[in-house]
Write a protein that binds this ligand. Structure first.
Ligand code: 13P
Ligand code: SF4
Length: 342
């Protein structure tokens, strides 16, 4: 897109939030990013939670954790700028070690990724010897390195089923684990919260107490209140929400699956139980449909990345992801095994 096309797009989707002068500055910044991107032979990946001015202008690819991991693995560019949080950029580096991988903020953490350490995983493995470990992609490389296979919100059930194992350790998201346990008919326990006794040794899923601080905020009561005033609303929830919230919803899936569902099913009135910038992005592409909002629930880590940060990342080569090769090789096996599942 050239400057005029970019400004026109930004005006259509954001003129109620920004002045004309502010939109012009954003369009100029998008042009500067496109120029430096070419100079550095870079690709820009944008997670679905990026704010609308960024999401709709500079990324070469947008998507969920699974889709962007695949884009990172397939690119022939020298530099990958990952507009998402640090664990996502790390996954790109795990898959493409020869590339320079940049995350445009050094404050883009994640409450799930910081909920568990490699030592925690080793302890669980010694408590439950021989039980395969499935780790959500929202973890750091040293945790992935202790893992048999990774999963994302888009393939968690398939990954667990692919193991053909009666028992599985599923880390670190308590709610995603609860949702997958329900889908796969497994009984779940949490040794990090409850004492494990002998009767528990035949459990089928062993979970951890990690939570996404964004999705943890949604409740069944929220859904009931909205349904009371809008009986025709369709409710979509990310599987990082509590199992009872997912049960009370009409559809649950990864961020990209939610976007596709709204588009392909021509939903006219819907409630999203996920990060709010994604709501803005969906609304921009589907302006004639009615999106109901509970409140503005923004991920504070995703929110660290704005257009200017991408320019600075490419200009100053910051913040570069590095992973010790020994850890990367082990983590690669678990990510690659997931990608083989399809
Ligand atoms: P997706 O893989 O569904 O994009 O989710 C990533 C994430 O961090 C959700 O909070
Ligand atoms: Fe982590 Fe939740 Fe933010 Fe996703 S929305 S990056 S899981 S804190």
């Amino acid at each position: 897109m050239n400057y005029d096309q970019t400004l026109e797009k930004l005006t259509i989707i954001l003129s109620d939030q920004y002045s004309e002068a502010e939109l012009m500055l954003k369009a100029e910044m998008a042009m500067k990013i496109n120029n430096i991107k070419k100079e550095r032979n870079a690709v820009i990946l944008g997670h679905n939670y990026m704010e609308p001015a960024l999401f709709h202008t500079v990324p070469d690819f947008t998507g969920d954790s699974l889709g962007l991991s695949r884009n990172a693995a397939e690119t022939d560019k020298d530099v990958i700028v990952f507009c998402g949080v640090e664990f996502m950029a790390e996954t790109a580096k795990i898959l493409s070690p020869e590339k320079t991988v940049l995350v445009p903020s050094n404050k883009a953490g994640c409450s799930l990724a910081s909920s568990i350490t490699a030592a925690d995983v080793r302890k669980l493995k010694s408590q439950f010897p021989g039980v395969p470990v499935v780790t959500y992609i929202n973890t750091y490389a040293d945790v992935k390195a202790e893992t048999d296979i990774c999963c994302t919100s888009g393939n968690a059930k398939e990954v667990v089923e692919s193991l053909n194992s009666d028992a599985v350790i599923f880390l670190p998201d308590e709610y995603l684990a609860g949702n997958v346990a329900k889908e796969t008919g497994k009984h779940i326990i949490f040794p990090s919260k409850n004492k494990v006794n002998n009767n528990d040794l035949d459990v089928q899923m062993i979970g951890w107490h990690g939570k996404c601080e964004v999705h943890d905020q949604f409740s069944v009561e929220d859904i009931e209140n909205v349904r009371a005033s809008h009986p025709d609303v369709f409710v979509l929830a990310h599987p990082e929400c509590k199992p009872e919230v997912v049960d009370a919803s009409d559809f649950s899936g990864s961020t990209t699956e939610i976007i596709h569902y709204i588009k392909n099913n021509n939903l006219q009135k819907y409630l999203l139980l996920t990060e709010c910038a994604m709501g803005d992005n969906i609304q921009a592409e589907n302006p004639n449909r009615e999106m109901l909002r509970l409140c503005a629930v923004r991920c504070p880590y995703m929110n660290q990345i704005q257009l200017k940060d991408i320019y600075d990342a490419l200009k100053l080569n910051q913040y570069e992801i590095t992973i010790p090769e020994e850890i990367r090789l082990k983590a690669y096996k678990s990510v690659e095994r997931m990608l083989q599942i399809g």
